[in-house]
Design a protein around this ligand. Structure first.
Ligand code: GDP
Ligand code: ZN
Length: 450
């Protein structure tokens, strides 16, 4: 595969209108290709890391835009290749025209994530850092952003590399013992292996624990809003969307019918389970019983169970109360602006979705269900993503087998198999021996121009 010899280009700023837009080129021909359409200083002769003023010309020498061109020469660039950034005057038309002008025999359009992929393939960043670049781009909350920055900065890679360095010494010793049993230092190696295994496990444990409870920060909390017809589920949803913004008085007919799937509440992203279902249950609850609700409850990490405080509970609602009792749930008694009729013995919060009261309490409860321990945790803790977490766990399992093997006095070559396995899966976190499919899949999830 020699695609790395290609020079690639893409618009690296988000689509739409902006003060400036950037067309980025990376590869051996980046500078000459940009220079071919540039009227100003000769870009092939300028020093690295300079910004050059001039005009960008179409094939017919017509001026497309007044531009500033940054020239960064390999290897000290984002991709480790020659990198050129053409800063144009915003506007989708101009930017697109600049891009299509540089594309040609020597330059092709970049695939999504290809700039970052090159940074990875050229060894400037490892896989965990590349993943974090994507997480950073997609961050929706401050906590997500902070967690990603730490990994972009290399904190996870450093931990992994340090642990592996300790482990490789043990592997080397064990191999000597296996090859030359007459050296008879095997006892020492076994002791050292047990020590290293325990210390590695301890370090992994804290990242695993933290990452498990923190996965909701990355993936969002799957949330189901459940309740009988007319209790105010749609109104609650609207209240959540409005969030901390000024409370709007309900204008009849303004309840949304098409709803986005995500709501950001403080540091959490709520991922709504089946928003269409919120409305469907209104009929289904009568026709099909609470089957649909059960399905939603099953899928959810969090159930918001809504009651109408201005009336008594129905038997169906009693059933919902029962069906959710083992779930993380918040029981919401709505319509607190009306005269209270419902008498509920379980913990609940009173809200009025109509005028927005109770929002803060609801937010606090949601946060305390999912963030307790996360936000205050030491800054040294790392939040691994699902792929990394899986590998951390299998590393941990292999290490458990190592300890069992050592305790049971198993032959060293057998114990070493598990130890090697742990060393390997730890390496996969930073992309050591990462299969092509994994790398391709990962970078294809990036957006264009990154
Ligand atoms: P859903 O069927 O559970 O989605 O309920 P809706 O959100 O569509 O609300 C049903 C009715 O209750 C509508 O007429 C709402 O205006 C009304 N409603 C919702 N929340 C409140 C509230 O907090 N107070 C009062 N008084 N009425 C509400
Ligand atoms: Zn509704």
């Amino acid at each position: 595969m020699n695609f790395m010899n290609d020079t690639i280009a893409a618009i690296s700023t988000p689509p739409g209108l902006g003060a400036i837009s950037i067309v980025r080129l990376s590869g051996a021909d980046a500078i000459t290709a940009a220079n071919a359409h540039f009227k100003g200083t000769d870009l092939t002769k300028v020093a690295s890391n300079t910004i050059n003023y001039g005009h960008f010309l179409a094939d017919d020498q017509e001026i497309i835009d007044e531009v500033m061109v940054s020239v960064m020469r390999a290897p000290k660039t984002y991709t480790k290749e020659d990198l050129v950034e053409i800063n144009c005057h915003g506007g989708p038309y101009v930017t697109q025209k600049v891009l299509s002008t540089v594309l040609g025999s020597a330059v092709r359009l970049a695939e999504p994530g290809e700039f970052t992929k090159r940074a990875f393939l050229n060894g400037r960043i490892d896989l965990s850092e590349a993943e974090a670049v994507m997480d950073l781009i997609n961050s929706k909350t401050n906590l997500q952003e902070r967690a990603a920055v730490k990994i972009v900065d290399g904190a996870l890679s450093k931990m992994v590399k340090d642990l592996r360095e300790e482990m490789i010494k043990v592997i080397a010793n064990a191999e000597v013992n296996i090859d030359y049993p007459e050296y008879d230092e095997e006892e020492l190696t076994r002791e050292k292996m047990a020590l290293v295994t325990k210390s590695v496990r301890q370090k992994l444990r804290s990242v695993i624990d933290y990452s498990e409870s923190g996965q909701v920060l990355k993936t969002g909390v799957k949330t189901a809003i459940i309740g009988a017809p007319n209790v105010g589920k749609s109104s609650l949803l609207n209240m959540l969307y409005r969030g901390e913004r000024a409370i709007v008085t309900e204008i009849p007919g303004t309840t949304r019918d098409t709803l986005e799937e995500e709501i950001t509440i403080g540091q959490l992203v709520l991922d709504l389970v089946d928003t269409a279902g919120i409305h469907q249950t209104e009929d289904l609850i009568e026709k099909l019983g609470i089957e649909k609700s059960h399905e939603m409850i099953q899928l959810a990490d969090l159930v918001l169970l809504v009651f109408d405080g201005s009336r008594e509970m129905t038997p169906e609602e009693q059933e919902l109360l029962e069906a959710t009792k083992n779930k993380k749930r918040i029981i919401i008694v709505n319509k607190s602006d009306l005269a209270p009729v419902l008498d509920l013995s379980v913990d609940h919060i009173n809200i009025s979705a109509l005028n927005g009261t109770g929002f803060n309490e609801l937010k606090e409860q949601i946060e305390s269900l999912f963030l307790s321990g996360i936000e205050n945790s030491s800054s040294a803790t790392l939040l691994a993503n699902a792929r990394q977490l899986g590998l951390l766990k299998s590393t941990n399992e292999s290490l458990t087998s190592v300890l069992t093997g050592l305790a049971e006095e198993m032959p060293l070559d057998l114990v070493l198999i598990d130890f090697n396995e742990a060393w390997k899966s730890l390496g996969e976190i930073i992309g050591e021996n990462a299969p092509d499919e994994l790398v391709n899949e990962l970078f294809s999830r990036f957006c264009l121009g990154k």
